[in-house]
Design a protein around this ligand. Structure first.
Ligand code: NAD
Ligand code: USQ
Length: 394
């Protein structure tokens, strides 16, 4: 199958490009290095040493594994980049990871918020128009997020809910309560993708993914040059990845607030499995499907306890700190999200265990000399102190 991977230089995108390439698919990866630039601007870098560019990574892959991955370096917000990808490569499936993925980044400033929503919403609109005009039978597999739903006090369904109102019934999109302006951008995308499927008959699957953890996949282990990026800073590092790294370098685990925040989690190898299941079982013409993509749910306190136990067994001396929560979010809440659609398609989850956490410790150990410790503590607040306004009279 011809598969276009948008965001192919990223944490999940690079691992996905190798995964499909190794299974005989014709893969083309696109990226504009936004993630690399955002980390550099913040004075940080991936823990794992990734090659300088996507062509360099693809060349190493071809040299060692013998498979070709095509590459485009460019911005998907730019129609002159997006259009030829669809016109010339004629993808049958598009796996769309290519967005700004950080909740804290989207709340650094007005400029960061505007950039996040422009980048994510506009590039996805370009993809939808390119599909309409050049590949109307192709299947879009778009990475959404569980954070689109927020933490409502009812069970979360997979995308849609049956509603009975004033004696009438309908099946409608599940209500959204996104927790950051990044998460809002994903809600806007979902609305636009649903529209494109209804109006233009496009096939689409919105994968509302939970928080991903892990550092290795089948392919990344084959050669040191195949590593995927691994971030641990306050902006781009995610909870469990950060906790594992903190355990390894002897930094207290940073539980924000009370730690009752509960989310869905999955291993990076299960992300690959889920995306493959979605691609190999495409949506029908005009269908917009939503799958909740996670395998287990945990509170932050449960994750910290697990890392504490595994780390202590491993010989680390671990302290868990409850730091002031920089976010505005419920720290104790009901959470019960359905996630059966991917299991029904055949997903075999790799559940989190102490052994798995220990294998993350040993992978992190190899690169711990690269850690930039000052990047760890949170600085970006959802509700910063209001600026002191100059009086109009002055
Ligand atoms: P990532 O930042 O590592 O990957 C995204 C890639 O897209 C980056 O390499 C970036 O440079 C590229 N990109 C962004 N905007 C682009 C543009 N306009 N043109 C071309 N390339 C562009 O992030 P990730 O963690 O691999 O996440 C991938 C996707 O999955 C994101 O859409 C994210 O929202 C979603 N997601 C991630 C997680 C997670 O825990 N990692 C969980 C749920 C959903
Ligand atoms: N948290 C801590 N300590 C930390 C880091 C995070 O307590 O050191 C807490 C946060 O306050 C939050 C929870 O852990 O309650 C998850 O935070 P996170 O940074 O791991 O994840 P999040 O900001 O939600 O974003 C990540 C990805 C994003 C994806 C999302 C899936 O960066 O791309 O959309 O996970 S979900 O959470 O389901 O929306």
């Amino acid at each position: 199958m011809r598969i276009l991977i948008l965001g192919g230089d990223g944490y999940l995108g690079w691992a996905t490009a190798m995964h499909f390439s190794a299974r005989g698919h014709e893969v083309h990866a696109v990226d504009n290095y936004l993630r690399r630039r955002a980390l550099a601007e913040n004075g940080t870098d991936s823990l794992t040493p990734i090659a300088d560019s996507l062509p360099a990574r693809a060349a190493a892959w071809e040299e060692v594994a013998g498979y070709h991955i095509g590459v485009t370096e460019g911005d998907l917000c730019d129609w002159s980049v997006t259009e030829p990808l669809f016109r010339d490569f004629q993808p049958e499936a598009i796996i769309h990871y290519g967005e700004m993925p950080s909740a804290p980044y989207s709340l650094i400033s007005r400029e960061h918020a505007v950039f996040t929503q422009y980048n994510n919403v506009v590039n996805t609109l370009n993809v939808l128009f390119a599909m309409r005009d050049y590949t109307p039978r192709a299947h879009l597999v778009k990475l959404g997020t569980m954070g689109e739903y927020g933490t409502p006090n009812i069970d979360i369904e997979e995308g849609f809910i049956d509603i009975r109102h004033n004696g009438r019934e309908d099946r409608l999109p599940f209500p959204k309560l996104p927790g950051s302006l990044y998460h809002c951008s994903k809600v806007h995308d979902s609305t636009n993708i649903h529209f494109a499927s209804r109006i233009w008959g496009l096939r689409s699957t919105d994968l509302n993914q939970g928080v991903v953890y892990g550092i290795e996949t089948e392919e990344t282990k084959l050669d040191p040059r195949f590593v995927t990026r691994f971030d641990y800073d306050e902006l781009f590092g995610t909870a469990l990845n950060r906790f594992c790294l903190q355990a390894v370098i002897g930094h207290p685990l940073t539980v924000y607030g009370k730690g009752g925040q509960t989310r869905g989690y999955l291993n990076i190898v299960d992300t690959l499995q889920c995306v493959e299941l979605a691609v190999m079982n495409p949506a029908a013409e005009g269908e917009y499907r939503v799958f909740n993509q996670f395998t287990e749910q945990f509170s932050i306190n449960e994750l910290a306890d697990l890392v504490h136990r595994a780390g202590t067994d491993y010989g680390y001396n671990i302290r868990v700190d409850h730091v002031e929560n920089p976010r505005v979010e419920a720290e104790e809440h009901y959470y019960n999200a359905k996630h059966t659609a991917l299991l029904d398609l055949g997903l075999k989850p790799r559940y989190l265990s102490e052994t798995l956490v220990e294998s993350m410790f040993s992978a992190i150990e190899r690169h711990k000399h690269r850690v930039i410790t000052k990047a760890i503590m949170p600085r970006t607040k959802w509700r910063p102190e209001p600026r002191v306004m100059e009086s109009i009279a002055e």
